[in-house]
Structures are given as structure tokens and as C-alpha cells.
Design a protein around this ligand. Structure first.
Ligand code: PGA
Length: 239
């Protein structure tokens, strides 16, 4: 819940000026719903994609205040985040709710970006793989492994989001490898092609080392994506 028309315009114009279609990384932004129209008008036809931050699991109907997948498609979105830790923790989305949103995204023709990750208590109790495995299983059991050919996963340890604490490259790589291995046991090709992003206090100083890990395919960036300068410094860190 950051931004304004002025901020969105300056951020997107800055990103367009500082990135290119033949850059090494794909770029996408996830503005708050009120700014999707402005985002579409600025980015349409460019190399930068955009998406929503969540969606309602229902296709349409009387759901005051909610936004459907087809509405996001109508606004030119390619992607939608599902299961961001703030949705899970503050708005009570269970693993089952997240799976329903993932399915709704696919049904609407969007590519879901599924966020998974453990809390600090869960990490300290050595439950990281159990928690991430459970979050993945809820989705796999609902839509099947093949659906992951049209999805992205973001590993976001909850303790690293917005806190300034980053998982070390080794900590992140270990969970990314766990995720890829788990999906490989179901479909090696899909798991090999899947993009697994790391999120949690990514910034211009730690991005290069994180992105150099073999199973880290990019970043899901929060605070450091709010100005073009900071975001482009991370974009430039892609090897
Ligand atoms: P952060 O946010 O980069 O500010 O930690 C990440 C996120 O909210 O996904």
C-alpha cells in the first residue's frame, strides 16, 4: 500500500528509461489496484510487464471490494501474486485459500507468482522445509504439477520481508534447491524450467550474490522497488 499517481508515473518512466528489451532480466511491476490503469497506459507495448498483488478466488459476482482475475487480465496484467506473507498473516489466507487463488489466476489466463516462506519461529524450530513443503503441497494437490509450467514461485522468508534482514545466499539457495527438488520428483522438466525468485530485503548490495546461486532465478523486491534508482541497481546486478 505504497504510492500515488505521481510516484507510479516517476517510477515507471524511470524503469523504462533505465532498462531495455534485450536486458538479461525480465522486469515486472505489481502496483496497487488503483494504479493498474495508469500502469497499463505507461507500460503498454514496452518490455516491462505488470501484475496484481492478489485476486479473489471467485470468477465474478457479488464480492464488494474484491478484484477478479479476469479484471486483472482486462487491465493488461500478465501476472498476479498469490499467497504473499502479508495476505497470509494479516488477511488470514490459509493454504487452501491460496491454492484457490492460484487456480483462479490460471483459469483467468494469468501467471500466478506463488509466495511461500517460513516465519522466524518456524525457522528456529527447524520447520522451514516442512512449512514450505506444506504450502507447495496445498497448491500441487489442487492444480497438479503441470500447472507450474505457467507459474513462478517466490521464496520469501517472512522474517526477511521488510525487516532489513536478508537470508544469506546459502540459506536461500538451500530452500530454493529444496523447492526445485520437490517439484523435480513430480516433473523434472517443469521443475528445471520453473523460475524461483527470492524475496526479503533484496537490495543493490546483496542482489548479485543472491542471484549468483544456482537455484535463485531472480528477485521479488519490495522496499527497494519503490524508486527507479534502487530498483534499477538490483536489475543491473543480474549476472
Ligand atoms: P522487501 O519486501 O523487499 O521490502 O523485504 C518483499 C516483499 O514484500 O515481497
Amino acid at each position: 500500500m505504497h504510492g500515488s499517481k505521481t510516484m507510479v508515473r516517476s517510477l515507471l518512466e524511470g524503469l523504462l528509461a533505465g532498462s531495455s528489451v534485450d536486458g538479461k532480466a525480465d522486469l515486472a511491476v505489481f502496483p496497487s489496484f488503483p494504479y493498474l490503469s495508469l500502469t497499463e497506459s505507461i507500460l503498454s507495448g514496452s518490455h516491462i510487464q505488470w501484475g496484481g498483488q492478489t485476486l479473489n478466488p471467485n470468477a465474478q459476482g457479488a464480492h464488494t471490494g474484491e478484484t477478479s482475475g479476469s479484471m486483472l487480465v482486462d487491465m493488461g496484467c500478465k501476472y498476479v501474486l498469490v499467497g504473499h506473507s502479508e495476505r497470509r498473516a494479516i488477511y488470514g489466507e490459509s493454504d487452501t485459500d491460496v491454492a484457490a487463488r492460484f487456480k483462479a489466476a490460471l483459469d483467468a489466463g494469468l501467471e500466478p507468482v506463488l509466495c511461500v516462506g517460513e516465519t522466524l519461529e518456524e525457522r528456529e524450530a527447524e520447520q522451514t522445509e516442512a512449512v514450505v513443503g506444506r504450502q507447495l503441497d496445498a497448491v500441487i494437490n489442487s492444480v497438479g504439477i503441470d500447472a507450474f509450467s505457467r507459474a513462478t514461485i517466490a521464496y520469501e522468508p517472512v522474517w526477511a520481508i521488510g525487516t532489513g534482514l536478508t537470508a544469506t545466499p546459502q540459506q536461500a539457495q538451500s530452500v530454493h534447491a529444496f523447492i526445485r527438488d520437490k517439484l523435480s520428483s513430480l516433473n523434472v522438466i517443469i521443475a528445471g524450467q520453473l523460475r524461483i525468485l527470492y524475496g526479503g530485503s533484496v537490495n543493490s548490495s546483496n542482489a548479485a550474490e543472491l542471484f549468483a546461486q544456482s537455484d535463485i532465478d531472480g528477485g521479488l523486491v519490495g522496499g527497494a522497488s519503490l524508486t527507479a534508482e534502487d530498483f534499477l541497481a538490483i536489475y543491473s546486478a543480474v549476472a
